[in-house]
Design a protein around this ligand. Structure first.
Ligand code: CAA
Ligand code: FAD
Length: 385
């Protein structure tokens, strides 16, 4: 289940990785999902397991301690993890697709040698862009960096930062000269021991095992050597990485939708009412068929965007389409899955309701659905005017 024949274009290496992630998700993640959701915390054994499995450096080259696999492999891993737990999936995604990619693409050789591989739990990464007053309008951020000899002093705060409760590494976007507008935004690498303060851990509707915190920077001192990609280049780094990241979130939402489908559909063929399996009533069968079409369309958009990125051609519009559509599909399929299972779908025991709670985030982070539509619309306007 889950991989349609039309898309069986994965390489042998990608299929091996997919199977390994499936085993890890079923052996290590699945038994912990409910408890982690109830406790609103990530089990450290899961984080360590992800590192041990090589899933936290999928695209990082082997001489830098990574797996040296394709971008599509990273996307497959996110999808497979999300089928079992979207919280674990986003932890892996932020670390791999956002943080590792910034270092791989924009880090100097020295910085890569020092910070890659991000191979231990103490080096879990987080990506610190959003603030209380700048979410969609991310480049209006207020965190400031001022030069002090060979160091930079950062003051301000960040909100909604995934992984930050467990993280050892923080990519912080701060403005070094507000008179330059977004062209003053610079990317700094900080480590936990430099003095990052966690001001608040959010309690959320979904992806509850994934930590989301507010961070305060109070005269946080960062060495000049920890600027990634050059002064004033931070805005471009942030959005170029988010363009890729959006394919990751598309994969997370796709995996989530498939996970809900895989849980609920078999139940409809077991559950008997009026002397027949409920899944065989036409009203149910057609809904299931429509959900299968939704899944197929989300999968095609997501893997097409991933392959375009791999080919080195423009993929920003397709990534926005994939993220937008997979988020719609995730909410739709997870919502239907609850109804297909009737009362038991509404209880916590089956885990189906959790997929629906987790699905809401797809339309919010890494650019809301409106931001994806705005991105797509800009391309259309450019092409047609
Ligand atoms: N790709 C590349 N460059 C882009 C771009 C894109 N998609 N969108 C904008 N830019 C560039 C423009 O080319 C321009 O750069 P130049 O001056 O060098 O040409 C610059 O950005 C500003 O362009 P605009 O004035 O059009 O952009 P804006 O200020 O109106 O908005 C934006 C830009 C902040 C990127 C906005 O479009 C956006 O995407 N907002 C959402 C922010 C977001 O995704 N946050 C996610 C935080 S991380 C996260 O959420 C992780 C997680 O949950 C797990
Ligand atoms: P707003 O920007 O205030 O948007 C509110 C509403 O207005 C939305 O419906 C939006 O679509 C709409 N809107 C805004 N502007 C426009 C427009 N121009 N046109 C049409 N509609 C518009 N950020 C990080 O930096 N790192 C992280 O790791 C991270 N993880 C997150 C994890 C979680 C669980 C959550 C909830 C958020 C996370 N974020 C993270 C922040 C996330 O990226 C932002 O929440 C998101 O970009 C939206 O910003 P906002 O919440 O301020 O909403």
């Amino acid at each position: 289940v889950g991989i349609p024949r039309s898309l069986n274009t994965f390489s042998d290496e990608e299929i091996m990785l997919r199977d390994a992630v499936r085993r890890f998700a079923s052996d290590v993640v699945a038994p912990r999902v409910r408890e982690m959701d109830e406790n609103e915390s990530m089990d450290p054994a899961v984080i360590q397991g992800l590192f041990d499995q090589g899933l936290m450096g999928i695209e990082t080259s082997p001489d830098q301690g990574g797996s040296g696999s394709s971008f599509t492999s990273a996307i497959i891993a996110i999808e497979e993890l999300a089928k079992v737990d979207p919280s674990v999936s986003v932890l892996c995604d932020v670390h791999n697709t956002l943080v590792n990619t910034v270092l791989r693409k924009y880090g100097t050789v020295d910085q890569q040698q020092k910070w890659l591989p991000l191979l231990s739990e103490s080096k879990l990464g987080s990506f610190c862009l959003s603030e209380t007053s700048s979410g969609s309008d991310a480049f209006a951020l207020k965190t400031r960096a001022t030069k002090d000899g060979n160091d930079w002093i950062i003051n301000g705060s960040k909100m909604w930062i995934t992984n930050s409760y467990e993280a050892g590494i923080f990519l912080i976007f701060a403005n070094i000269d507000p008179s330059k507008g977004y062209k003053g935004i610079t990317c700094f690498l900080a480590t936990k021991d430099m003095g990052i303060k966690i001001a608040k851990k959010e309690q959320k509707l979904g992806i509850r095992a994934s930590s989301t915190c507010t961070l305060d920077f109070d005269d946080l001192k960062i060495p000049e050597d920890n600027i990634i990609g050059g002064v004033g280049k931070g805005y471009k780094i942030a959005i170029e990485i988010l363009n890729e990241g959006r394919i990751g979130i598309a994969a997370q939402m796709l995996g989530l939708a498939q996970g809900a489908f895989d849980k609920a559909v078999p139940y409809t063929y077991q559950r008997q009412q009026f002397g027949q399996p409920v899944g065989t009533f036409q009203g149910m069968a057609f809904q299931i068929a429509q959900a299968a079409i939704d899944l197929e369309s989300a999968r095609l958009l997501t893997y097409n965007a991933a392959r375009l990125k791999e080919e080195g051609v423009s993929f920003t519009k397709e990534a926005a389409m994939a993220k937008y559509w997979s988020s719609v599909v995730a909410q739709r399929v997870a919502g239907s899955a609850i109804e297909w299972a009737g009362g038991v779908g509404f209880t916590r025991e089956t885990g189906i309701e959790k997929y629906w709670r987790d699905s809401k985030i797809g339309a919010i982070y890494e650019g809301t659905s409106n931001i994806q539509l705005q991105t797509i619309a800009k391309f259309i306007q450019k092409d047609y005017s």
